[in-house]
Write a protein that binds this ligand. Structure first.
Ligand code: B12
Ligand code: SF4
Length: 465
């Protein structure tokens, strides 16, 4: 009789349950090698489950199918909480549970304690493919560890999930699925979990990548792929892969600003069908960028935007407010750069400005002003909500300004053109950004109210879209 395993992607926090339903790509990679070893695999994505059904749905699955193991993916934050709940249910059915994923990578000591308490069968603190085979078989698979490529995840068993649930993602145009050409990143930014997990860099071979992408595009009639790579330009096979695809499918990817400051590269990106890049700008202050170990300057950010301006490629930028030690001058530099970039490039958009969320063991989390505010247990990280952190390590006068920038960033530089009711307020907020005028309490109380009304209006009209 063949062996059977259930892989689970638990819920995220409520914001992400509604938006961005990226397919559980990590589970497909693991499923691929499990199938090669003769396992029957099912994948369950809890994000689709109605809140009142959470316990029942899992119970029903465990009751009606005889699973030998359950594997759960766990990122820092609410996913831990849901993973613990699921694990409790599995324990009732005496099914051994194995955890893997980013929280296991960055905080293995907490998970070890949890395992030692007898509630968890095992966990994997590195790449899951080899790790899970080791956990369930008690043997090592050096074949994967020694493979310098990522080819062992192919072919990805997309038929284990209902692809139609994921192809229409809010963040992309047309039918799209995620794909990863390579893992790891050679940088170590002070807010990024990569700097802690030190993921081994490995890349899919050109032939395997082409076969896999072409297969996905044909089978699922894709318009685009969403590349999950953390640092695309590290990949030595990129040019060959993209040249061969020759723009047959559009793509989206994260990129570093400095990597875009090259006219030939921009020409390639257009030819290769790049639609949009996500750029982690983080700050307009060179001092803060340096402290973050970004290895980029505000000049790189401005220049990359000017390069992109000559292309049809959109940029969706992210910014981080509240880095420990950030001053009012630093914030001013950031707001100034962000507003200039929108004026320089009509294809430049900014995501909401969020507060720094220090993830375990990163440079940000180890800062002595920040560390006392962070959890140090598994249960503590399970309640860690990126919306609750309002930089208690920063002075009150800055926190007020952060709040106002954060709120107005829902309008300034966003993709709200199709909502005329936002235009007037966007112009007013833009002027505030130009003037760095965030200090009048009474005026801002009014603006916040007006803004909330407009957003409610937009939100209501788009429900059920
Ligand atoms: C796509 C993505 C998302 C998607 C969801 C992913 C999904 N599957 O649906 C969305 C957009 C929703 C998302 C949201 C967030 N994300 Co995100 N996301 C990613 C991204 C870019 C790709 C994930 C992926 O599929 N990777 C490819 C797979 C193959 O690699 P992997 O995830 O590392 O998985 C391997 C191992 O971890 C392990 N593994 C994973 N699961 C399991 C399960 C078992 C049983 C086993 C044994 C092993 C195992 O094996 C896998 C294969 O080797 C990663 C960065 C990256 N490139 O990985 C960030 C990343 C995972 N996200 C991150 C963060 C911080 C967030 C947010 C908090 C962002 C934010 N600021 O709001 C939110 C989470 C909100 C919440 N907690 O509720 C961090 C995680 C940090 C951490 N300590 O947990 C990452 C690593 C980015 C970073 N470099 O900091 N994210
Ligand atoms: S370049 Fe991106 S993925 Fe790499 S360490 Fe910095 S933030 Fe993380």
């Amino acid at each position: 009789m063949s062996k059977r395993i259930l892989l689970i992607y638990p819920k995220l926090d409520s914001f992400f349950n509604k938006l961005s339903l990226h397919a559980p790509y990590e589970l497909l990679c693991i499923a691929s090698v499990l199938q090669d070893e003769g396992w029957e695999v099912d994948i369950y994505d809890q994000r689709f489950c109605e809140p009142e059904q959470e316990q029942h749905e899992i119970s029903d699955m465990l009751l009606y199918t005889k699973y030998d193991y359950v594997g759960i993916s766990v990122m820092t934050g609410k996913q831990i909480k849901y993973a613990m709940e699921i694990t409790e249910v599995c324990n009732l059915y005496r099914i051994p549970v194995i955890w893997g994923g980013w929280h296991c990578r960055v905080c293995p000591e907490h998970i070890e304690e949890y395992r030692n308490s007898g509630r968890l069968f095992d966990f994997v603190s590195g790449e899951g493919e080899e790790g899970i085979l080791g956990a369930i078989g008690g043997v090592q698979f050096p074949v994967i560890a020694k493979d310098p490529t990522l080819d062992f995840v192919t072919p990805l068993p997309w038929d284990l999930v209902d692809v139609e649930r994921y192809v229409n993602n809010d963040a992309v145009v047309g039918r799209s699925l995620p794909f990863q050409l390579g893992r790891g990143c050679s940088y170590a930014c002070g807010f990024c979990s990569n700097s802690v997990a030190k993921v081994q860099q490995r890349y899919m071979s050109t032939d395997a990548a082409l076969e896999e992408i072409n297969r996905m595009v044909d089978k699922y009639k894709l318009d685009s792929i969403f590349l999950l790579d953390e640092n695309l330009w590290d990949n030595p096979n990129l040019t060959d892969i993209m040249n061969d695809l020759d723009g047959r499918v559009k793509w989206y990817a994260q990129m570093r600003a400095r990597d875009i400051c090259d006219i030939e590269r921009c020409k390639d990106m257009i030819r290769w069908g790049c639609e949009r890049v996500g750029i982690g700008c983080e700050s307009g202050s060179d001092q803060i960028l340096k402290d973050m170990r970004k290895q980029e300057t505000s000049r790189d950010l401005r220049n990359s935007n000017l390069f992109l301006c000559m292309t049809p490629i959109e940029s969706w930028n992210t910014w981080i407010m509240g880095w420990p030690g950030e001053t009012m001058e630093d914030i001013k530099d950031t707001v100034n750069l962000a507003i200039r970039m929108i004026c320089d490039n009509h294809n430049c958009y900014h995501n909401n400005f969020y507060m720094l969320v220090p993830y375990p063991k990163t440079k940000a989390a180890r800062d002595k002003r920040v560390a006392p505010h962070l959890p140090d247990t598994l249960e503590g990280w399970a309640e860690y909500d990126r919306h609750n952190y309002n930089c208690p390590w920063q002075p009150e006068e800055l926190r007020k300004v952060y709040q106002r920038i954060g709120f107005s960033s829902k309008f300034v530089g966003r993709r709200l053109k199709k909502f005329p009711q936002t235009h007037e307020l966007e112009m007013r907020f833009r002027q505030k950004w130009w003037d760095f005028d965030f200090f009048d309490d009474e005026e801002w109380a009014g603006l916040l109210l007006e803004g909330k009304e407009v957003l409610n209006d937009v939100f209501e009209k788009n429900q059920g879209r």
